[in-house]
Every structure is written in structure tokens, then in C-alpha cells.
Design a protein around this ligand. Sequence first.
Ligand code: TA6
Length: 316
Amino acid sequence: MVVVVPPPQFNNRELGGPSFTLNQSDGYSAEILLYGGQVISWKNARGEELLFVSENADYEHPHPLRGGIPICFPKFFDYGCVEGNGFARTRDWVIDAELEDSDLPLLTADNAFIDLILNHMPDDFPNWRRHRFELRLRVILGPTGDLTMISRVKNVNTNGRPFSFNFSFHTYFSVSNINATQVDGLQSLVYLDYMTRNHRRCIEGDYPITIENEFDRGYLNTSNEIFVVDHEIRRTFTIHKDDRLPDIVVWNPWALEARDTTDIGDEEYRKFICVEAAVVGSEITLYPGEKWTGTQRLSVHDWTDSDVLPDPGNIL
Ligand code: TA6
């Protein structure tokens, strides 16, 4: 029997403005703000929140909202600069009515989804003012609660000019305790250390990553399945990404940076880790008419000690 899901539910929020909630019959849900095209909530069947949003988050334009899954387009790496994560997350998106669904896989009726588009011209980004682009986002909440995001960029310049960009899905995973959290699947990879002025190239060790201080790295050419393991509550998030998102950014501000950042509570660094499907090792260049599509699917698994967990080394 095919379960047909309800249409997206419209919310006229006080904080953050209009949003849509995707619901699944088992209780899974996801909420997307039109401001920034930003997922701000993803809940499991028990209604537990799986994403972190800061209690100090500033929902007012033009501030980026601290938490959820900001769309970082175009992602620059002027370390620590608010605009270092682009303008897409501080603009108003709209429902994408002229869907170019030829690029996307067909969806079965048991998938709840919404299509958004950003047409806003970035007048305050001088080197983008001469470009015309279409930035589309499809958010899908599957019948088993997986959250899929498909971003599409199209160069619609009429001046023949190409443009280049970096990109990331800046996912803030909610964790019970950063000290009991590991990122598994990045062992032995080359990474760019964004804590150094020249983003020094380094090699990761042979063990899953643990966070013990401010941490900001871009891992290059990773496998397409990365695991965020919360050992305290026995929960594993899996990031499934495609080849057009070859890299992974891992970030936690730790205590000092959290204290100095107004929209992060002093102790909130203990409650999240950003692990981001990204393109940071090289730029994407599109010529007029060309498109880029990047997809991530997030899944979550609560386990017991007797469970056999997926091993990044033997993913089929
Ligand atoms: O995606 C990682 C990162 O770019 C870090 O370098 C750090 O700047 C973090 O994002 C926070 O950026 P934001 O612009 O959200 O304050």
C-alpha cells in the first residue's frame, strides 16, 4: 500500500517568518524557513530534535540564523567572516513553481518534499552583482525519516561570463556531549586546517576524530558516507553525499570562540558539531546555461551496545 503524505504545512512564525513543515505519518518532521531556505528542525519519530539551533539565534534579517542547515553559497573562506558563508542564507527564498524537475529523480508518493528557489540578486556582493544565477533547493523527508537536500545552481548570465563558487550544507548536528562525540570515516585523509592563516594542508590520523578544542578543517575527497557518533546517547548520524560534494568540513568553535560569538551560548559548543557535505578543495565553474547539482541525505540510527554499526571501511 503506498502511503500518500500530507502537503507541506505552512507556518507563519513570529521568529524567522514564513516556514513549511514536512510531516511523515510515523511522527518524523522537518521545518524549512523561507528566510535563507534554511532547514531549522528535523525530528525523529519520537519528536526528538536532531539539529542544533542556538538559544541565542538571531532570526532577524540580515543576520544568519545560528543552527539547522544553512545553505552556504557562495562559500568563501575569509575565516571567521559572517559573509564567509555566502549570501544565500540571509536572503528570502520563494516556492519554486517553475520546477526544472528534469534534473531530479522521480519521487514516490510517500516522500514529503518542498522546492524552493533563490532569485535574489546580491547587490551587496560586488563581485556577484554582474552575475545572474538560479539557486534551487529540494528538501525531502522520506518515509523512514531520512532528510535529503538537493541544491542546484544554474548560470543564467546573458553576458557570456562564467562564475565559480564553493558550497556547503552547513549542518549543525545536535549532540548530547561534544566530549562523547566522534566523526568516523575521515581517517588518514588530507585536510585544510582553517585554523592556520594559509589553510595548511595536513594529514588526519588513523582514528575517528574527537573534538578537544576549536576545530575547523576541510577534508578533501572523502568517502560518500561519513558518521557522526554520539556515544553518550548511542546515536549515529550518517551523511550520505554524492560525488559533486567531494569534501567534508568539520567545525566546532569550542569555549573561547563560543564566548566571543553573540549568537552562540557560552556552553552551547558542547551541544553541537558541524559536519558539512561541501565543495571546498577546488571551485565549481559554470558557464552560461551550465548547472551543478549536489545532494546529501542524512539518516539517524539509535543503537545499543549489541548492535553492529556500519563500518565506513566496508560500505557497499
Ligand atoms: O563551515 C565552517 C565555517 O566556515 C567555519 O570556518 C566557521 O567560520 C563557521 O563556518 C561559522 O561560520 P558562520 O558564518 O556561521 O559564523
